[in-house]
Design a protein around this ligand. Structure first.
Ligand code: UD1
Ligand code: UDP
Length: 374
């Protein structure tokens, strides 16, 4: 047998870990590869929640997170930290996912060493470098030199082709988040005790429709977060709904949400959920109110409408398919659209029954074959 291809997977935040773990499982199980994992620790607690449930023990953990970290200090530490792991490991390929500071810095450190980069979730573009910020630029940087681009959809592949990326380096795979969601759903079916911790809230809110909420975007800090909190307070004034809001650990999110929403009867501000419990929240909710990227992809897969609290989205497929609607960060607009879905059954059904455009759960298999032939 020929020498295995040495792959270094580099990630560091919760969403990257969720979208990476099915790929790490597959690479570990395939003897064509020597699979190594480096986590930056850009996130700590929220990363560890995923590593634990997925059973991944990284070969390298840079443990970089600082409280309320700045983009420049984080990026500098990532570049030198990942660089020294690359000097040690000398992999044949580096894989990064998405558009975080870890993904951009990991790719750049590989490029500086002339190590080819494979980019998972390539080609997402909002067309606005300030929304999402700084992710739009991060993924453009990775896309400008990656040797393999794993585009989740045809729309993403087309965006890369418009940027003159060699079409033979682009593979349309679906999004690995759907693979992750299938995996966790099977785990919960086999071990229901993995996702029972919401039972108390389910009992407290029995008879009410649950709205799941997440919010963390940097471009929404300040006025955007205040408006989101205002909208949540107004929606929660209805006596037929309850909001379950696992609050991101970013202090810029927590200080606003705790100050504005703590103690409201119909709002449960809770700690970030591990992935099985978040899957449970997606299952029990009537709709999701979010500014998250990943949640825009997962909720449609479970037939849950998503109101996206952003000015623009790099995931237009959800909006085009009718499963997601952009509501921005204007409180009146968020409240109006939420009430419309709660009060107009036909509008709700139209969104809930739309087709999920983000993949069939076989993205990882396609990525692995492309890497083997890479
Ligand atoms: C990061 C990513 C963003 C991604 C998001 C997912 C960048 C620039 N941003 O944003 O693309 O959508 O993660 O959640 O890469 N913190 C903790 N514990 C944790 C995680 C975060 O305490 O487990 C706190 C720390 O104070 C940290 C702060 O949150 O400094 C910000 O973390 P950071 O990764 O810089 O930004 P996010 O807003 O999480
Ligand atoms: N998620 C989670 N627990 C939570 C909130 C979200 O496991 O309390 C998961 C969610 O299922 C999705 C991912 O985290 O897969 C989204 O992460 P986030 O919103 O932080 O980042 P983004 O996707 O916007 O980059």
């Amino acid at each position: 047998m020929s020498t295995p291809i040495k792959i270094l997977s580099v990630f560091g935040t919760r969403p990257e870990a969720i979208k990476f773990f099915p790929l790490v499982h597959a690479l570990d199980a395939d003897e064509r590869f020597d699979s190594r994992v480096c986590v930056s620790g850009q996130h700590r607690g929220m990363l560890d929640q995923v590593l634990e449930i997925a059973g991944i023990v990284p070969h390298h953990d840079l443990d970089l997170m600082q409280p309320d970290q700045t983009l420049d200090a984080l990026t500098a530490n990532l570049l030198t930290g990942i660089g020294s792991v690359l000097d040690q490991e000398k992999p044949d390929w580096v894989i990064v996912q998405g558009d975080t500071a870890t993904a951009m810095s990991g790719a750049l450190a590989a490029y500086y060493r002339k190590i080819p980069v494979a980019h998972v979730e390539a080609g997402l573009r909002s067309g606005n470098i300030h929304h999402p910020w700084p992710e739009e630029v991060n993924r453009k940087i990775v896309g400008s030199f990656a040797a393999l681009h794993f585009a989740p959809t045809e729309t993403a592949a087309d965006a890369l082709k418009r940027e003159a990326v060699d079409p033979s380096s682009i593979h349309v795979t679906g999004n690995t988040v759907i693979d992750a969601l299938h995996w966790i759903t099977t785990q919960i079916e086999q071990k229901p005790e993995l996702a029972t911790n919401l039972a108390g809230l389910e009992q407290r809110f029995a008879g009410k429709r649950i709205i799941g909420v997440t919010s963390h975007r940097r471009e929404n800090f300040g006025g955007g977060m205040e408006a989101i909190a205002d909208a949540i307070r107004r929606i929660a004034a209805r006596d037929d709904v309850a909001m379950i809001f696992p609050v991101h650990l970013n202090p810029n999110v927590r200080k606003v949400m705790n100050a504005q929403l703590d103690g409201l009867d119909n709002v449960a501000l809770i700690e970030p959920l591990d992935y099985p419990h978040f899957a449970r929240l997606l299952d029990i909710c009537t709709l999701m109110l979010t500014d998250s990227g990943g949640v825009q992809e997962e909720a449609p897969a479970l037939g849950k409408p998503v109101l996206v609290m952003r000015e623009t989205t790099e995931r237009p497929e959800g909006v085009d398919a009718g499963t997601a609607k952009l509501v921005g960060t204007d409180a009146d607009m968020i409240v109006a659209e939420c009430n419309r879905l709660l009060d107009d059954q036909a509008a709700y059904d139209a969104m809930a029954q739309s087709h999920n455009p983000f993949g069939d759960g076989k993205a990882v298999a396609r990525i692995v074959e492309a890497l083997a032939n890479g």
